[in-house]
Design a protein around this ligand. Structure first.
Ligand SMILES: [Zn+2]
Length: 115
């Protein structure tokens, strides 16, 4: 299945291939502020449809995770990093996907604050 996603104004738009069954709610310092529901997928299943230059990136702490956001509307639609095996991974904010009912997703709670 292909999901379409975007920021609020549309300057960042993307497609994700996969089956969204469950999402992760993390309580770390940034996720708790964003309120995002994360869907982790291999980066290869993610395709950016808008120019790379429309994206701004925020990093903190170890600077391992690239938290992307739109400088126009301020929405954080996804983040990028590598998983422990070195595979490029995207963490999609499931709330930015079209046709998703966030209330219908199985949500797994991750204690990111403890890391
Ligand atoms: Zn935007």
């Amino acid at each position: 299945m292909i999901y379409k996603g975007s920021c609020h104004c549309g300057k960042i738009a993307f497609e994700v291939e996969g089956e969204l069954a469950e999402a992760t709610a993390c309580n770390c310092s940034i996720c708790s502020r964003k309120g995002s529901l994360l869907w982790f997928i291999p980066r290869a299943q993610f395709r950016l449809l808008t120019p790379e230059g429309n994206i701004r990136t925020y990093t903190f702490n170890t600077h391992h995770i690239q938290h992307t956001f739109c400088p126009t509307c301020g929405i954080h639609p996804f983040a990028e990093a590598t998983d422990p095996k070195g595979t490029p991974t995207a963490a999609i904010n499931a709330r930015c996907l079209e046709g998703i009912d966030p209330g219908a997703l199985t949500v797994k709670h991750f204690d990111g604050r403890a890391l």
